[in-house]
Design a protein around this ligand. Structure first.
Ligand SMILES: C[S@@+](CC[C@H](N)C(=O)[O-])C[C@H]1O[C@@H](n2cnc3c(N)ncnc32)[C@H](O)[C@@H]1O
Length: 260
């Protein structure tokens, strides 16, 4: 069955989800770790709605250049609108496994929440290495969906929902593989960082509240989950919220590497 689609609807959802304070904070940590400098050429692979591209553009300034690349036309349309006032930014159509740039074209490259959707990660990392100059920096961030803590009463149903949700991407447990894969692609791993997302209450405009909607829509009909099952799962979480017994956390894993 198909993975999550970044079509018009998926794009609208990602725009809302990635505008939450939880993900805004995550982006600030990513920016600080990559530490793009004025005048640098930076690539964002799988740039989605372009929020990180816009911040990178401000970091490198008009003397630098930022390229965002994504294979989703709706995502690229949103990103182009966002950065229309920064002529040193380009949003390119393309695939992470076949980057449309010459060897050594960039000083730094970033890819957050993308390789977990890419079937051939070694090929994508070898492309990442190819387009960086020797000594260029890479930052790769992905989620391990085993890191989710979500308090529910019906744990058996919750496990079925989360198993079905793992079908939304190709690699639900990619982070542990990344250091070895980066090494084999020609990188030296220089940093390993944990970025937790934590929602101690069920509140609107949080990562977990918006994910309840997305997961409920995605898992229906998978792993034998009926409409009633999915409604029972969402009701369980909402009741925990009403009782002040809600707790959600999830870890992003971030790796910094230098092209050898
Ligand atoms: C979850 S979103 C993350 C967007 C962005 N990196 C961020 O963190 O805000 C995943 C993005 O990766 C893109 N994507 C997935 N597979 C890709 C591939 N093989 N090549 C290029 N983009 C890809 C999707 O279209 C989507 O925009």
């Amino acid at each position: 069955m198909s993975v999550l689609q970044f079509d018009e609807r998926g794009t609208r959802h990602i725009v809302r989800l990635y505008s939450t304070p939880d993900v805004v904070r995550q982006r600030a940590e990513v920016l600080a770790l990559l530490a793009a400098r004025p005048g640098e050429r930076v690539l964002d692979i799988g740039s989605g709605p372009g929020f990180l591209v816009a911040s990178l553009a401000d970091a490198v300034g008009a003397e630098g250049a930022v390229h965002g690349l994504d294979r989703s036309a709706p995502m690229n349309a949103v990103a182009r609108d966002l950065v229309a006032d920064r002529p040193w930014v380009r949003i390119d159509d393309g695939d992470a496994v076949e980057l449309p740039y010459p060897d050594g074209d960039f000083d730094a490259a970033v890819s957050t929440q993308v390789y977990e959707y890419v079937a051939d990660v070694p090929r994508a990392l070898s492309e990442l290495r190819r387009v960086l100059r020797p000594g260029g920096r890479a930052l790769v961030l992905d989620t391990d969906w085993d890191s989710v803590v979500w308090h529910v009463v019906d744990r058996a149903l919750h496990r079925r929902v989360m198993t079905a949700w793992e079908e939304h991407l190709v690699h639900p447990h990619l982070p542990a593989m990344l250091p070895g894969q980066l090494l084999r692609a020609g990188f030296r791993v220089t940093g390993r960082h944990l970025i937790p997302l934590f929602n101690p209450r069920l509140e609107e405009n949080t990562f977990s509240a918006l994910n309840i909607e997305m997961i409920a829509r995605f898992v229906r009909g998978r792993q034998g989950l009926t409409d009633e099952d999915v409604e029972a799962w969402t009701a369980d979480l909402r009741e925990r919220g009403a009782e002040d017994a809600y707790l959600f956390s999830l870890n992003r894993y971030c790796f910094l590497a230098v092209a050898e």
